[in-house]
Design a protein. Structure first.
Length: 257
């Protein structure tokens, strides 16, 4: 099946920001609870070492992804670790909540475009569950910008374009209904738009299925890299690894010495 860049509600400028935040809050909660990124902890550690810094600059952070759990793992070998959360549509309440859970988190309150990261943001660039939001031209821009800045970049997707992944997304409304009372920070609106007016389960379902259809395969990520200018100045690692019943697709780009 070829990649289909259908629309996601989360990407639309007209989509209410509070509903977008409810969706990213759900993804953050679930990613942490299931330890989604456990299979790639060593990949992240290599990226940090290669960056020569103690800082992760997370792009497209949404509600914080699975970074709270990852932080607890990474800080064991990187006691001075700092994680900076950024997004084109910053979920500020989620960022503030994450910062309260671990004081080595920081966040940028203004919009940050992953295609053109400010030079002032130095560190290991990461993206979790977000590359699929970008069309090929924009995805290449993200990689080219990291390459031009000589910045290590790691991209991680927790779904793929496959029947099992799509089927798993079909059960996402049940997950939303079961987990919503436990998601923090608590918001009465989250309960209203989950149980009384079930907008959140429905848009999470749609966006989840579309995310799978949009996800770049290993072959397609390799094709993105092949079109970069001076791609030979980086070492590229692009793989698919198992994560419990699911998979993680990842790309790690490291400047050559």
């Amino acid at each position: 099946m070829g990649r289909l860049h259908l629309f996601e509600f989360e990407d639309q400028k007209w989509f209410p920001s509070f509903l977008r935040d409810y969706g990213t809050d759900f993804l953050q909660f679930l990613s942490n609870k299931v330890k989604l990124y456990k299979p790639v902890v060593s990949v992240l550690e290599r990226g940090l070492r290669a960056s020569g810094t103690n800082t992760i600059v997370d792009l497209g952070s949404g509600g914080g992804g699975g970074l709270l759990w990852l932080n607890s793992e990474l800080i064991r070998t990187n006691p001075n670790l700092k994680i900076v959360l950024t997004d084109f549509y910053p979920n500020l309440r989620a960022f503030e909540y994450t910062q309260k859970q671990a004081d080595n988190f920081e966040f940028i309150a203004t919009s940050i475009d992953a295609r053109n990261v400010p030079e002032s943001l130095k560190g290991f660039r990461t993206q979790f569950l977000s590359l699929h939001h970008f069309k090929p031209k924009d995805a290449r821009q993200i990689l080219q910008n990291a390459l031009n800045s000589n910045s290590v970049i790691g991209i991680f997707e927790g779904q793929e374009r496959s029947i099992p992944s799509i089927l798993a997304m079909l059960f996402s409304p049940i997950s939303v209904l079961l987990t919503t009372p436990f998601i923090r920070p608590f918001k009465i609106g989250r309960l209203i738009f989950t149980y009384l007016i079930p907008v959140v389960p429905l848009f999470v379902l749609w966006d989840g299925v579309v995310s799978s259809l949009r996800t770049y395969s290993v072959k397609e990520m390799n094709a993105l890299v092949d079109q970069l200018k001076d791609k030979e100045s980086f070492e590229w690692e692009i793989k698919r690894v198992k994560s419990g019943p699911g998979v993680i697709l990842y790309l790690l780009g490291i400047p050559k010495s």
